[in-house]
Design a protein around this ligand. Structure first.
Ligand code: NZQ
Ligand code: ZN
Length: 384
């Protein structure tokens, strides 16, 4: 049975070519803007000029240098700047890391106390600066969701914060901004969006027909158009479909009323914190192993996926295994690795990964809360 749910999606999507110009109308003229960005890609691909031109009648101060897997120490410098300059609106221009970092800044500026308590002790957020974004990397869905993931390298922590205050007011989604993505980042984004969808779909059936068919549409779109982008990075339609798929993959529309897994993400965040692996790369390794480990618990939905997404016509008792194999093949097709040895990683740090997981999560994870630390270790060892 579908669980009760409340659903509200307030973020305004501004989708298509040339939409960066519309931010001028979305941000109040009186706003004092903190313009955040990453390592400089926006200054090489023409996006920064478009933002500058849109903001010609606005006041803004730039803050660049937000890293992939945004770092607490860097973000706190922006918090200090925003407090000193009394900035009251954040415009994030970049990928998920810039936007997530900006959401953390937005929550930290008015926060009374140590802002690290927000992700670490899960202290609730009672207010935040408004955030808008120009999303340049389809992957995280952060542009329309209420979460952010931040890292603290000194303590090897990578943690999430959640609040409706963090949902962006608007999201510019111009597919042409993604033409300049390196193939690896395009692939990472496709795989991340695909796994977000799986985390909400490949669980157990509750007869959520809209959620299921919508998820199957997102998965099929990523399977079809993701690989095209590796060959044709300026295929507008493929870029557009992948961009909208990534947004739908994690804006809560797929998750309402249905169970969620999220154990691949839980394990993946610890792998990034310990080994510095790209987020999507952790997922490409974990998902096929975790699904194999959880095969019986997930069999019904994986069978459904085999039939509806992969158009499987063989023995129905082998359909779930077929789906897992196709998922693994897809990750490899996108150029990601599906075992640790291909990345030169051995098991020497697994104890630390498990220790950090135990520090950050409840003892049982997964949609049935049946995955404990011993199971996680088995899963990790399956893909050495
Ligand atoms: O920093 P710059 O110079 O901008 O370069 C970035 C970065 O090096 C580059 N890039 C982005 N857009 C580009 C571009 N290069 C050329 N052209 C463009 N148009 O790509 C690199 C990676 O960027 P990043 O923002 O780190 O990637 P992504 O969007 O995949 O974000 C990953 C982060 O999001 C978190 C991940 O854990 C990770 O920290 N996630 C956030 C979620 C959320 N908020 O809901 C959910 C996800 O599961 C995920 O955990
Ligand atoms: Zn993800």
């Amino acid at each position: 049975m579908i669980s009760n749910f409340t659903f509200r999606l307030p973020t305004k999507a501004l989708f298509g070519k040339g939409q960066i110009a519309s931010i001028a109308d979305e941000i109040p003229k009186t706003a004092r803007i903190l313009l955040t960005y990453g390592g400089g890609s926006i200054k090489k691909n023409g996006i920064f000029e478009q933002v500058q031109s849109a903001l010609k009648d606005h006041f803004y101060i730039e803050f660049g240098g937000i890293e992939a897997n945004p770092e607490y120490e860097t973000l706190m410098k922006a918090v200090t700047l925003a407090r000193e300059e009394k900035l009251d609106f954040i415009l994030a221009v970049g990928g998920g890391s810039v936007l997530d970092g900006s959401k953390f800044i937005a929550a930290a500026v008015p926060f009374n106390g140590d802002p690290w308590d927000i992700p670490y002790k899960k202290v609730p957020i009672s207010t935040a600066l408004p955030v808008g974004c120009v999303m340049t990397l389809p992957a995280t869905g952060s542009e329309m969701n209420h979460r952010a993931v931040v890292s603290r390298r000194a303590t090897q922590d990578k943690l999430s914060l959640y609040s409706e205050w963090l949902r962006p007011q608007f999201a510019v989604l111009d597919p042409t901004t993604t033409y300049s993505l390196p193939a690896k980042q395009t692939a990472n984004g496709v795989v991340d969006a695909f796994v977000h969808t799986l985390e909400q779909y490949a669980t157990y059936p509750v007869n959520g027909k809209i959620q299921d068919s919508f998820a199957e549409g997102v998965l099929s779109t990523l399977l079809e158009d993701g690989p095209k982008l590796l060959e044709h990075p300026t295929d507008y339609d493929a870029r557009a479909n992948v961009m909208w798929a990534a947004t739908q993959g994690l804006n809560d529309i797929l998750s309402v009323g249905v169970p969620g897994d999220w154990s691949s993400h839980a394990i993946g965040h610890e792998l990034t914190a310990v080994y510095g692996m790209d987020h999507a790369q952790t997922l490409a390794i974990i998902v096929p192993a975790l699904f194999t480990h959880q095969l019986e618990a997930k069999r019904e939905k994986l069978t459904q996926m085999a039939l509806r997404v992969f158009h499987y016509q063989g023995d129905i008792h082998r359909a779930a295994e077929f789906a897992i194999e196709k998922i693994r093949e897809f990750f490899e097709q996108m150029g990601l690795k599906t075992n640790f040895s291909a990345l030169g990683i051995d098991d020497s740090q697994f104890p630390l990964v498990l220790k950090k997981l135990a520090e950050h999560r409840p003892p049982f994870i997964g949609e049935r809360k049946d995955i404990d630390l011993a199971a996680v270790e088995r899963i990790l060892r399956m893909v050495l």
